[in-house]
Structures are given as structure tokens and as C-alpha cells.
Write a protein that binds this ligand. Structure first.
Ligand code: SAT
Ligand code: MN
Length: 595
């Protein structure tokens, strides 16, 4: 071990894991630039990292084609009783799951270095932050954790001799025999991958994958699955939400937190530059919000992460210039294509596609190829501090006060551009019944409609019926200080399959209407599904959307909504008696309004 660790729990754990996994060496990370550079050098020497000529200090990585996204089917919430994990989570009893995984962990780091990565989610030392330590045998994980979390020896200092932390054990599951040549992206086959959470003891065990949320354990595993379970016990919220600050031309600030499923535009909205004059948008976070009620009774949010792990395809100067500027240097790219001039490329990037490139699998690619050059879940990693519109208060320990909650998903039909909830309970009903067409962020089929309550289906660390109850309880506590709730759908399509709404910077028009609702400046039209903007209230100055398309965007087809009812009933029935009565009442009232 390169340094002495003084924390008793950490020392014992490192020893236990070393005995089990049998690495060649143990290295304790300090988060320094030197350490980062050293890791990059090792990755360059072994040909795993590819340097990019046009982006200083930036590198491309290619994963194994079997290891390209989160694996929800292999993700477990392991609690003593299955009921505690609930119907939306895979479950196995802790003893059983641990026995299987201990077998897999046995000798799994042979030929590799065990990295100890001390990190903080949230500013180091802040009362709302949580300390985790990830043990991993992947240098790719180390450099990504450097950007996505606060890795530092100050974390170890803070832990002292007896401080507590959340242990996050990760192995790619690919031991090296003596003299065996390593592959470029070692990992275990899909049926050996396990992403396991033990929320009763705040513990994470991940095995077999090196990609994103499966391996960077501070993100979905700690900051959502484990944190959501802690939040419920302790009376706060851990949500799959971006956080942004919108400032109107008079200088009034509004803070918005929005929940959309993975790969549905959170990063784009978080960094959006308004198309309406005089309005300003700044990013606080693009994926996760931790929220607590402050001394004034309002809800305050922090972004526990330190970087972005964003979907590359579709990101361009047209759709998200601030993301493009965030990744000009010091960025990591995974599963993007590589052009002949050593530059990354992906579908939807500005300009013409390159005449020739090497695709994400390492094969020759031309625009005539029948396959994508970049994987649809190709990602960039960059520090949040590199974002030109990062909010000056993004690291404020007390967070920013939330005025507006937005829920939504990807729906090509039925759901209008925007609606406001009648009240908190109705908002919780909208959040709990949110549905979205599936994306490439998970291994599985793409484009199927699934209910994804609050965009938390893959991330809720306990019974989702109880999670709905927690939302209702938080509303009761917040009372008239509760944020207003809205539901949006940027993705409605016309019959001939084109998007009806331009989205991106024009989403500011919808946000402006929400702010005006908060200020009581505009009235609404009441419909069976919620409150819609009155004609003329949505600012469409300078926007080229035809009258017909506009009508289509806001059309409420009662028959189509009636066909949603059986699906919502089926969805709710899964939760049995854990489904709060107040949501049953909401469904009854919805049914009546549609009649
Ligand atoms: O791979 S991650 O879980 O980090 C990205 C996502 O699915 O949101
Ligand atoms: Mn996400």
C-alpha cells in the first residue's frame, strides 16, 4: 500500500477485500493531477486510451461490445424481506447474493491493482455530503471518478480514525493469469454481472462491468439507490433530477428541478440557453438532486456530483452548445467514433459526417455503412467546473431553493407539451404514472413504452409504493412552501413522424410560462388531465411552428387518455397495499374527469 490509512473501518475493509480478491498491489488514491496523469500514462501505454489531437488532455476509450450501458436486469436491491425492495426491483436475500458474489470476487483481481478511491458526494465537509470509498480494479474507473466525484486525500483526513463511509466494492471481474495478455476492455459475461445494493447496511457490491453507472459507484448506486433509502429514513429526497437556475429579465431567480429518464434530455435542459430575449439559464446539475427542507421551510437542492457523464450522440453546437464547450479539453469519451484526423465523432454532431472513421467497435466506417459510428449510449465525461454556464452557487453547501418540479418522458403521442398539476397530490400522481419510451441507456429493447415513476424505476433503493408515500409526506411537510409541479413532453410527433416542438433552447418558452404561473401572472385552462396554458400565454414570438402543429401539441384526446387508464391500473396494482390511498383517490378522480 502506498500510504498508511488511519481509519479503522477502512483498514479492515481493504484487508478483507485484498484477501478475497487477491490483487497484485494496493494503491490508495489522493485525487491529485499527478495521479490522474499517471493513470492516463498507463492507459496510453497499454493502448486503452487513445489521445485526441484537437482536444487537449482528452482521450477516447472503446468498451467491449457487451458492456455498453447499465444492466437493469442484473441490478439488485438486496433487503432482508423482498417486500422492502418492492415490485420494481430485482431482489435476492442478502446472504444468498453475498455468497454468489463472494465466489465471483475470489481471486478476481489477480494480476491487477486494487485502487482505493476515497470520494465525497457533495462538497467535501458539507453537512449534506456523503463520503464513499470505492475499491476498484479499473484505472478507467479511477479517472472517471476523479471527474464525477470529489476524490481527495482530504476525504481520508475528514474520516479520521473512526469516521463512517459507504463502502462501494467494484471489480471488472477479469483476473489475469501469469503472463496472460490483457484485453482492451476486460469485463465478465452478462450472466456474471451483478450490480448489488444492500440499503440496510449502506453497502454496494458491483461485479463484472466497467461501464458508467455499473462501475462509477458514486453515481446511480450511491447517490440514488442507497441515498434514496437513506433519504426516506431521514426525511429528505434523493432524486434523478437536473437542477437549473432561470433568471428573468428583471433579475428574479427561479430554481427548477426536473426528472426525466436516462437519455431523455436532462443534460440538454440543464445547460439550455434560452431563445427568449433577456432570460438567462445556468446549470447546477444534470442528473441527480439531493434535497432537504431548509430553516425557512423551503426545499433546497444540491448536486452531489462533480461532473457530467452525458450521452454524446445528438449533442452538437445546435442542440447543446454549453455541453460542447464543456468537452473541448480535459474530457473523456467512451464508445464515440474516431475520425482520420484523430477527432471524436458521433451521430448528430455539427457538420457533415466524416468520409471515413473508425467506429466504436474499432471497425472501418463510412457514411454508407449500415451501422452507427458511435454507440447510441456513447458518453462524454467532463468536470462540471468546465461548463461555461455552471451556476456560481452550484457548490453552495445549503443548496438552491426549488420553485418548480418538472416530470416527463419521451412520448411520441397522447401527452401534451406542458401541463400543470392541480395540486401536490395530483403532481405526485403525474410523477408516479410518468411513462417513457425506453432508450439505449439500459441494455434491452429501445422504444417500448414503460411506466417510469419520477424517472426513478431503475434507481429507487426501496419499495416504490413507500417512495410514493414519501413524496406525499414531503408535500405535507412543505405545505404552501412546496414547489409547483408540471409535466412536459418535448417529444410529441405528428402523424408523419416529425417532432412537433423544436425543443432545446425553445424549451425556455415553456419554462417562462411556468415561472409566470409561480408568480400568478397567467391563468390556465382546466382540462381532465391538468392545467394547460391559455391560448396566447405561451411566448411563441419568433417561433416557426404552424397553427396546426401547435394545436396538435396541446391536443387532449380523451379516448386516447382513457386507454391509458387500464395501464395505470395495472402499474398501480403492482404495489398492492403499499400504494397510498391518496393515489388511488387521484386515479378515481382522473377516471371521473375523463367520463
Ligand atoms: O450509465 S449511467 O447510469 O451513469 C447513465 C444513465 O443511465 O443515466
Ligand atoms: Mn441519469
Amino acid at each position: 500500500m502506498n500510504v498508511e490509512v488511519n481509519n479503522t473501518k477502512l483498514n479492515t475493509w481493504i484487508k478483507e477485500v485484498s484477501d478475497l480478491c487477491q490483487p497484485d498491489s494496493v494503491y490508495v488514491c489522493n485525487g491529485s493531477k499527478d495521479e490522474y496523469d499517471q493513470m492516463i500514462k498507463t492507459l496510453l501505454d497499454s493502448g486503452i486510451a487513445m489521445p485526441l489531437d484537437k482536444r487537449p488532455n482528452s482521450y477516447l476509450f472503446r468498451s467491449d461490445p457487451s458492456d455498453v450501458a447499465r444492466v437493469e436486469d442484473r441490478t439488485y436491491i438486496s433487503t432482508t424481506s423482498q417486500d422492502e425492495a418492492g415490485p420494481t426491483n430485482n431482489w435476492m436475500a442478502p446472504n444468498e447474493l453475498k455468497a454468489i458474489m463472494k465466489d465471483l470476487y475470489k481471486g478476481c483481481m489477480k494480476g491487477r491493482t486494487l485502487y482505493v478511491i476515497p470520494f465525497s458526494m457533495g462538497p467535501i465537509g458539507s453537512p449534506i455530503s456523503k463520503i464513499g470509498v470505492e475499491i476498484s480494479d479499473s484505472p478507467y474507473v479511477v479517472i472517471n471518478m476523479h471527474m464525477m466525484t470529489r476524490v481527495s486525500d482530504r476525504v481520508l483526513e475528514l474520516l479520521g480514525t473512526d469516521g463512517d463511509f459507504i463502502p462501494c466494492l467494484h471489480s471488472i471481474g477479469a483476473p489475469l493469469a501469469e503472463g496472460q495478455e490483457d484485453s482492451k476492455w476486460p469485463c465478465a459475461p452478462i450472466d456474471k454481472k451483478y450490480i448489488s445494493h444492500f440499503p440496510e447496511e449502506n453497502l454496494i457490491w458491483s461485479y463484472g462491468s466497467g461501464y458508467g453507472g455499473n462501475a462509477l459507484l458514486g453515481k446511480k448506486c450511491l447517490a440514488l439507490r442507497i441515498a434514496s433509502a437513506m433519504a426516506r429514513r431521514e426525511g429528505w429526497m434523493a432524486e434523478h433530477m437536473l437542477i437549473l437556475r432561470l433568471t428573468n429579465p428583471e433579475g428574479k431567480q427561479y430554481h427548477i428541478a426536473a426528472a426525466f429518464p436516462s437519455a431523455c434530455g436532462k443534460t440538454n435542459l440543464a445547460m439550455m440557453q434560452p431563445s427568449i430575449p433577456g432570460w438567462k439559464c445556468e446549470c447546477v446539475g444534470d442528473d441527480i438532486a439531493w434535497m432537504k427542507i431548509g430553516p425557512d421551510g423551503r426545499l433546497y437542492a444540491i448536486n452531489p456530483e462533480a461532473g457530467f457523464f452525458g450521452v454524446a450522440p445528438g449533442t452538437s453546437y445546435e442542440t447543446n452548445p454549453m455541453a460542447m464547450d464543456s468537452i473541448r479539453e480535459n474530457a473523456l469519451f467512451t464508445n464515440c467514433a474516431l475520425t482520420d484526423s484523430n477527432e471524436v465523432w458521433w451521430e448528430g454532431m455539427d457538420g457533415d459526417p466524416p468520409a471515413h472513421a473508425i467506429d466504436w467497435k474499432g471497425n472501418d466506417w463510412t457514411p454508407a455503412s449500415s451501422t452507427d459510428a458511435a454507440h447510441p449510449n456513447a458518453r462524454f465525461t467532463a468536470r462540471a467546473s468546465q461548463c461555461p454556464v455552471i451556476c456560481e452557487d452550484w457548490e453552495k453547501p445549503e443548496g438552491v431553493p426549488i420553485d418548480i418540479f418538472i416530470f416527463g418522458g419521451r412520448r411520441s403521442t397522447v401527452v401534451p407539451l406542458v401541463q400543470e398539476a392541480f395540486n401536490w397530490d395530483h403532481g405526485v400522481f403525474l410523477g408516479s404514472t410518468a411513462a417513457s419510451e425506453t432508450t439505449a441507456a439500459n441494455i434491452g429493447s429501445v422504444g417500448n413504452l414503460r411506466r417510469d415513476p419520477f424517472a426513478m424505476t431503475p434507481f429507487c433503493g426501496y419499495n416504490m409504493g413507500d417512495y410514493f408515500k414519501h413524496w406525499l409526506d414531503m408535500g405535507d411537510k412543505l405545505g404552501d412552501k412546496a414547489p409547483r409541479m408540471f409535466y412536459v413532453n418535448w417529444f410529441r410527433k405528428s402523424e408523419d413522424g416529425k417532432f412537433l416542438w423544436p425543443g432545446f433552447s425553445d424549451n425556455s418558452r415553456v419554462l417562462k410560462w411556468m415561472c409566470e404561473r409561480v408568480d400568478g401572472k397567467v391563468e390556465t385552462q382546466e382540462t381532465p388531465i391538468g392545467l394547460l396554458p391559455k391560448e396566447g400565454d405561451l411566448d411563441v414570438d419568433g417561433l416557426e411552428v404552424s397553427k396546426e402543429d401547435f394545436q396538435e401539441l396541446f391536443k387532449i384526446d380523451t379516448d386516447a387518455w382513457k386507454t391509458e387508464i387500464p395501464d395505470i391500473e395495472k402499474h398501480f396494482s403492482k404495489f398492492g397495499d403499499r400504494l397510498p390511498e391518496r393515489l388511488k383517490k387521484q386515479l378515481d378522480e382522473f377516471r371521473k374527469r375523463l367520463d
